[in-house]
Design a binder for this molecule. Sequence first.
Ligand code: HEC
Ligand code: HEC
Ligand code: HEC
Ligand code: HEC
Ligand code: HEC
Ligand code: HEC
Ligand code: HEC
Length: 260
Amino acid sequence: MKLKRTAAAALAFALPAGATFIFISCSTTSHPIVAPLEIPGAHDVGNQVCAQCHADIVREFPASPHAHLALANAGAPGGSGCESCHGPGSKHVESGGAARFIINPRRDPDACFRCHLQVRAAFELPDHHPVIEGRMSCMQCHDPHGGDIYKTSGGLAMARRNETCAQCHREQTRPFVFEHPAVREGCTTCHDPHGSVNRMLLTQADDNLCLRCHAQTQAAPGRIYIGNVDHTALLQIGTCWSAGCHTAIHGSDVDPRLRY
Ligand code: HEC
Ligand code: HEC
Ligand code: HEC
Ligand code: HEC
Ligand code: HEC
Ligand code: HEC
Ligand code: HEC
């Protein structure tokens, strides 16, 4: 298709030296070269034109990983990252901002899956956040415009990633008398945020989830210790977080060994 080949050519030949890495990272994570969006009769105008009326968004945008989307449409003055997601803006601008001449993806995940095919695959795994089902949207965890893409759009207080999860999961993110330092390293230490083959979105289904930080030692032949506790029999029961064991995995108010 002609359109695609033009975009591919722009990507291959219009790269400034500093952007080579982006190109490599795109090809290794296999971002498809997508055809630009179309709005009948409209052409690209570039981000600086949008700035006349959407100054706040244009001002923060250069720090976004999506600012590099300018590469896909390098012809437009000032880059055309905005138009990669919103479609060519000339008729919207000429009309003084008529909404019918611009695309607003709102909560539609397909607007993101166009480029992030692997993310779509993650949301189709057996355990997943209900985004494709329409009960959640990408924008509850990502800001498509902002310098911090891991912050929810408009949510100043959400700068830390765990706080993004805290919007909906209060119990796991509240303060505890006995905290588990693993949680401070981030919820994604143990959970895939999009989807997983394991229940509870876990990154690993078994004790290996814990053993990468808590080394097993063989204190005596056939005896497995974790910390200074003999776990030989305990490890036969089930996972480390099975009933009776470290069930309060996110933190406990009663037991320093993370039990209820
Ligand atoms: C001349 C001023 C002006 C310029 C320039 C302008 N816009 Fe707008 N834009 C507006 C106004 C006004 C609205 C609100 C329209 C409404 O709510 O009916 C708007 C709304 C939007 C919306 C939301 C539409 C919706 O359905 O909610 C998007 C997305 C948007 N603009 C993107 C852009 C992009 C991208 C550019 C640059 C290519 C741009 N705008 C340039 C004035 C402008
Ligand atoms: C990665 C895709 C993407 C890019 C790039 C992008 N946007 Fe958006 N934009 C969105 C999505 C998604 C929404 C809807 C957000 C929502 O409803 O929570 C949106 C909403 C908007 C809106 C209407 C809502 C609002 O926040 O006022 C405007 C205006 C807008 N974008 C302008 C821009 C401009 C200007 C640029 C470039 C500086 C830009 N966008 C770049 C995806 C994008
Ligand atoms: C036109 C293609 C395109 C669209 C549409 C698009 N993205 Fe992206 N996105 C990219 C590229 C290219 C990168 C930067 C390269 C990379 O890191 O993989 C990126 C980076 C990201 C990152 C950061 C990845 C990292 O490595 O930290 C997130 C998160 C993201 N996009 C979310 C979204 C969301 C949410 C939407 C929908 C609102 C969206 N994207 C729409 C192309 C796109
Ligand atoms: C529940 C919150 C949440 C939702 C919903 C969500 N994300 Fe993410 N996403 C994250 C977090 C957290 C990371 C960082 C993962 C890490 O650091 O290991 C991430 C990483 C990414 C990345 C970069 C790494 C990768 O997996 O490629 C992209 C791209 C991305 N998200 C796109 C999307 C898109 C597109 C949607 C909607 C279809 C979406 N996300 C919905 C939380 C979310
Ligand atoms: C906008 C609300 C929202 C945000 C933000 C959110 N979640 Fe969720 N989470 C949900 C919903 C809804 C479910 C599904 C519950 C269901 O299906 O009954 C869920 C389920 C889960 C589950 C359990 C999965 C299962 O099998 O039941 C885990 C673990 C989880 N989320 C972790 C996270 C993490 C980690 C983050 C931050 C990266 C996060 N969530 C951000 C709404 C959210
Ligand atoms: C050390 C690993 C680890 C970390 C870090 C972690 N979790 Fe979990 N989480 C687990 C395990 C293990 C389970 C499964 C418990 C079970 O099977 O009952 C779980 C379960 C959950 C559930 C489902 C609870 C239920 O009963 O339905 C949610 C929601 C959740 N975690 C959210 C989070 C959030 C939010 C964070 C970050 C603040 C986080 N987790 C950090 C290990 C972790
Ligand atoms: C990212 C690293 C990391 C992961 C993954 C992790 N932990 Fe931890 N955990 C720690 C650190 C650090 C401490 C505090 C120092 C210590 O006691 O080793 C701790 C403390 C604990 C304690 C309290 C020990 C005591 O005697 O006070 C328990 C119990 C525990 N973790 C269980 C688990 C379980 C069960 C898992 C798997 C679901 C797990 N941890 C996963 C880092 C981690």
